[in-house]
Write a protein that binds this ligand. Structure first.
Ligand SMILES: [Zn+2]
Length: 330
């Protein structure tokens, strides 16, 4: 990045000392929300956007704008390692010396996903074949997320979290809530004084969080996602700050709608399997139809698998696995 480059930060003070920074991304509504917590001569940051010159320039400008010129970045906390949340972490750490915090279940996913892709690409290929994806489609689907690495410069964590820690950002005390599902080590932060919930991708106002079963996911991501929503509601958040979309108050109403959405999908898949034995690929085509875009096809398969797995855990369908692959029976 050229030193002369000037960036405009789009800062919005959402609570005393807390600024929301909207950064551009090429997907998911076109923007991700990061949060700056102002302290005395420093700021702390929750999530950091993708690694592009424009995005990191906006983050650096926002740090100066929130804290005044010469303000240092002290702590960078990451909700999960997807590119829009974690992409610039390595650059910012090198540039500012900030301490990087993330959940420990995210840490082992970084290298295979962004640095040494070949083994993960091979595992994804095997997973696709086991789930009935026809050979001509495997190679395209298996390579669908290669381009994501362009947007990520990984950083080594200084603090690995388990969940349930109290951490201090900009003088506020925040509790780490581990909310697996969207990603194995996804975390939310809950402001213990003001009852603000920084929800990452776990609870979004306008879109339903992508929940996918794949080689890097936990074994029952949809079950874990739904349980995590209940734990968040039990905190009784006053205001929810999502990573995509505007802050909102009615957490209970939003959670009820999300649960209804997944319940309907579970019922629909259970009905599609009744009296049949199908692969997840065949189920995905019945539910979502033939998709043209590679990305949509893989999403349909992996979302379908997340629902099938929960149905099997709940004993509503049977999951049959052997050396030739996995089939589902109604
Ligand atoms: Zn995400």
């Amino acid at each position: 990045m050229a030193a002369t480059e000037r960036a405009e930060a789009h800062l919005n003070e959402i609570a005393p000392g807390i600024h929301e920074l909207s950064l551009p991304i090429p997907w998911e509504e076109g923007a991700v929300n990061c949060f700056l917590f102002g302290g005395d001569g420093f700021v702390d940051l929750l999530d950091c956007g993708i690694q592009t010159d424009a995005s990191v320039a906006a983050v650096l400008a926002a740090i100066d704008e929130a804290g005044g010129p010469g303000t240092r970045l002290r702590r960078l906390v990451i909700t999960h390692i997807h590119p829009d949340h974690f992409g610039a972490a390595g650059f910012l750490k090198e540039r500012t010396g900030a301490e990087l915090y993330m959940h420990r279940l995210e840490v082992p996913m970084v290298n295979p996903r962004y640095l040494e892709l070949e083994q993960l690409v091979a595992e994804v290929g095997q997973h696709l074949r086991q789930n009935g994806v026809p050979e001509p489609e495997v190679s395209a689907l298996q390579n669908a997320s290669r381009a994501m690495r362009e947007f990520v410069r990984p950083g080594e964590p200084d603090v690995q979290l388990d969940g349930a820690e109290t951490i201090e950002l900009g003088g506020r005390r925040l509790r780490v809530e581990w909310t697996p599902g969207h990603s194995p080590g996804h975390i939310c932060l809950f402001d213990l004084e003001d009852h603000l919930l920084f929800a990452g991708d776990q609870l979004l106002p306008d879109i339903s969080t992508n929940i996918a079963l794949h080689p890097q996911s936990t074994p029952n991501p949809l079950g874990e996602f739904l349980e995590s929503l209940d734990r968040l509601l039990a905190l009784r958040p006053r205001l929810i700050m999502p990573a995509h979309g505007r802050p909102f108050e009615d957490g209970a109403g939003r959670v009820a709608r999300l649960k209804q959405h997944h319940q309907r999908r579970l019922d629909q898949i259970e009905a599609a399997l009744r009296g049949q034995e199908l692969t997840a690929w065949e189920v995905a085509i019945r539910i979502w139809g033939e998709r043209r875009e590679i990305w949509d096809k893989r999403m349909a398969l992996q979302e379908g698998l997340a629902h099938l797995q929960l149905l099997a855990v709940q004993q509503r369908v049977e999951k049959l696995a052997d050396g030739s692959g996995v089939r589902w029976r109604g």
